[in-house]
Ligand binder design. Structure first.
Ligand code: PMP
Length: 434
């Protein structure tokens, strides 16, 4: 019999690695933020209403007419062969040459992140990541008891010199660095893209230090003004595990993503996939496969690009108008903008007041493993319409200005600026926010 506590009789029985697994304190707020009167600039949900229904029903009908017996059955642990061949074509748009043999289909790229982490991380191992980084990845790394170390990032992505220094520092401390996790294109949450020169240099640094690169690229095809530089994986086959997804270019509901990995890693990934889920979702794979076979999927990606570009423009012009004294990143694709607050403001403390003023955002603290981020917020432009974006940014500007006025009158609240590594809480918002 376990001692537990009054809330959870199994409290003392959980594995150590669950210590970081707790709902974020902002979850309740996000529940309020999903009310229709609130303009949410918090979510990372693709605008699936822009996907014509007949494109999906056409694929569904075809699957049920031609492949029902297979689509309703268990499949192989590596994923459907014909879908993997399509995936190779999709990746070729970003300069990647690969064989379908080295692709593993996963339950969204989130699951690929989990599998790669499971394969490489022992408790205490280090994962290097951008500063800030994707909240869902930080959560995975923490769940395998990795230490996430953020490396300085600017408008051209990860800074090579900072990466060299971080590696040297960690090595001096006797730490084992297992991989560099990077989102080179239209970063979540920073909205920046890594330059081609840096891709080459960073790869070089990782190669010479024997550090694997985990390249996460769900947004690469959603560029606005010009395509991103070619994928890091297009420069090196052996040192990179590449993750892709149909969540943003088709729909996340299918939960179909993939990993492209060097041969030996790929074999282990298939085994890990089988151990976790037996086989990826057959039905989803067949429908996505039929969609890629028959629908004008590139035309649909163009539609999404146009739609998100218009929303990005709406956000940029609203920020210029209502928040002229602040600074923010200028994304050339993807879903997100990273806003820097005035020195005296704390994004987490300000959120309840913002929600009261009917606008929601994600506080920057969600995107750090070490308690930083209070000086930033992530704004997303993927889901609200241009009009809603304008209203939302205007409301946000009012909140910021009111806060600044309060501080002028009553003095500053203190922002937790020091590096605090949270031990028992995870700042992960719910999945529709990530
Ligand atoms: N990586 C990044 C950077 C993301 O933004 C997301 C989704 N928010 C994912 C991975 C996971 O996406 P999915 O599992 O839907 O492919």
């Amino acid at each position: 019999m376990t001692n537990g506590n009054s809330l959870d009789p199994w409290y003392d029985s959980y594995a150590q690695r669950t210590a970081g697994l707790s709902a974020s304190e902002v979850r309740a707020l996000f529940a309020v933020a999903s009310r229709p009167e609130v303009v949410s600039l918090a979510g990372g949900m693709p605008y699936v209403s822009a996907l014509p229904r007949e494109l999906v029903t056409g694929s569904l009908d075809r699957v049920m007419a031609e492949d029902a017996a297979m689509a309703l059955q268990y499949g192989g642990g590596q994923g459907l062969r014909s879908l993997r061949e399509h995936i190779v074509d999709v990746m070729s748009l970003e300069g990647i040459r690969a064989s379908a043999e080295d692709v593993v289909v996963t339950t969204g790229s989130q699951h690929a992140l989990d599998l790669v982490t499971r394969l490489f991380i022992d408790p205490g191992d280090v994962v290097l990541a951008e500063s800030p980084s994707y909240v869902g990845a930080i959560g995975v790394f923490r769940s395998y008891q990795a230490e996430t170390v953020h490396v300085t990032t600017d408008e051209n992505g990860l800074v090579p010199e900072a990466l060299r220094e971080a590696i040297a520092n960690l090595r001096t401390q006797g730490k084992r660095i297992k991989f560099l996790y990077t989102i080179p294109n239209f970063h979540n949450p920073a909205g920046v893209t890594m330059s081609r020169e840096r891709r080459i240099e960073i790869l070089d640094i990782c190669r010479s230090n024997n550090i694997l690169v985990l390249e996460d690229n769900p947004y690469g095809l959603l560029w606005f003004d010009e395509p991103a530089p070619q994928a890091i994986r297009s420069i090196d086959e052996e040192g990179v595990v590449y993750l892709g997804s149909f969540s943003k270019t088709l729909a996340p509901g299918f939960r179909v993503g993939w990993a492209l990995a060097p041969h030996a890693i790929r074999e282990k990934l298939v085994l890990a996939n089988e151990s976790a889920v037996l086989a990826p979702n057959s039905f989803g794979q067949y429908v996505v496969n039929a969609y890629l076979d028959a629908a004008d999927w590139k035309g649909q990606v163009d539609t999404f690009r146009g739609l998100y570009a218009e929303r990005r423009d709406a956000m940029m012009s609203a920020m210029g108008e209502f928040l002229p004294d602040l600074s923010w990143t200028k994304p050339n694709g993807g879903f997100f903008v990273w806003l820097t607050l005035p020195e005296s403001l704390d994004s987490k403390a300000m959120l309840p007041r913002a929600v009261k003023e009917l606008v929601a955002y994600t506080p920057g603290t969600a995107f750090y493993a070490d308690g930083r981020g209070g000086g930033h917020i992530r704004l997303s432009f993927c889901y609200p319409t241009p009009d809603q974006i304008r209203v939302g940014v205007k409301r946000l500007a009012n909140v910021v200005n009111d806060e600044l006025e309060l501080i002028e009158t009553f003095g500053p609240t203190t922002r937790p600026n020091t590096l605090v590594r949270p031990t028992s809480s995870v700042s992960a918002p719910p999945p529709n926010i990530s």
